[in-house]
Unconditional design. Structure first.
Length: 285
């Protein structure tokens, strides 16, 4: 068998990551027709159909599922070989909102490093508002944040759903102010929560303020208070208590990726980041 075509393998992996010929073409800056031609060339070379496509669904075939991890390794090895020719390290500053960062972060960092080993990756964890300010000042190259109401820019990575969480033994008696735990400085998610309580006429009081999401999780797990968390990041062992205590529903939001980087290397890094995030969410949802 002759050597695999890097562009054809890249087309296949991008289709597999995004589960869409349209999004794959957009990510690679080409057309659906060109993507299809590259995929067919690879399938003909391997002698197997790799992608199954219907009007409503794009998914890996059985042979594609067997090949996809090796294809990613092939691309990573190619990128490392090319990167080794350059001694210049590039800095990539990424901001991740503290209430967004979850178990996908190691996957994002590993995929970025595999994509471009010459990157010096700088990660800043903060609340969305501070990261948006830093992004607007040009201090970070990209930011993964919860969408703010007054901003419509950014690439949507995934929806984000919220709930009221507390320890199973947490007690809230009718007529008492709801005991809350929150980040300090306060974040947009907390603002949404207290506005919902005020609109429902439910009294509340802050009994715990923590300087990081992990310590707020600890306070909730210890039974000190209830707090709003993304449903995917609720502290282990806690339960959703909105129905139990008659708490108001919370509007869903979106996780978005912001960046103004335009050079080819940076765009490829951003595509890698977005694909890794979506892929991890798909495997854990």
């Amino acid at each position: 068998m002759s050597a695999l075509d890097v562009d054809a393998v890249q087309a296949f992996v991008t289709i597999a990551n995004l589960q869409s010929f349209t999004r794959a073409a957009e990510a690679l800056g080409t057309t659906q027709g060109a993507i299809s031609v590259k995929l067919k060339r690879l399938e003909d070379r391997l002698g197997h159909r790799l992608i199954e496509r219907t009007p409503r669904l794009v998914r890996l075939s059985a042979q594609g599922a067997l090949f996809v991890d090796s294809a990613r390794d092939f691309l990573a090895a190619h990128d490392r070989a090319v990167a080794a020719l350059s001694a210049t390290r590039r800095r990539f500053a990424l901001g991740i909102a503290a209430h967004v960062a979850g178990p996908e972060v190691p996957t994002l960092l590993a995929r970025l490093n595999a994509h471009d080993p010459t990157l010096t990756i700088e990660v800043r964890l903060d609340n969305s508002r501070n990261l948006l300010d830093a992004f607007d000042r040009g201090e970070i190259d990209a930011a993964i944040v919860r969408r703010e109401d007054d901003r419509r820019d950014g690439e949507v990575l995934a929806p984000e759903h919220f709930g009221w969480f507390a320890a199973p033994g947490f007690v809230h008696r009718p007529g008492e102010a709801l005991r809350l735990a929150a980040l300090t400085p306060l974040c947009g998610v907390h603002d949404v929560a207290i506005h919902a309580l005020d609109a429902a006429g439910i009294a509340w009081t802050e009994v715990f303020l923590g300087g990081g999401s992990s310590v707020v999780s600890d306070a909730v797990s210890a039974g000190l208070a209830t707090a709003v968390f993304s449903c995917r990041l609720a502290p282990p062992g806690t339960i959703e208590v909105s129905q139990k205590f008659g708490l108001p529903p919370l509007a869903s939001s979106e996780i978005v990726l912001l960046s103004t980087l335009s050079d080819m290397q940076s765009r490829q890094a951003l595509r890698t980041l977005a694909a890794a995030f979506r892929e991890h969410r798909a495997h854990t949802s």
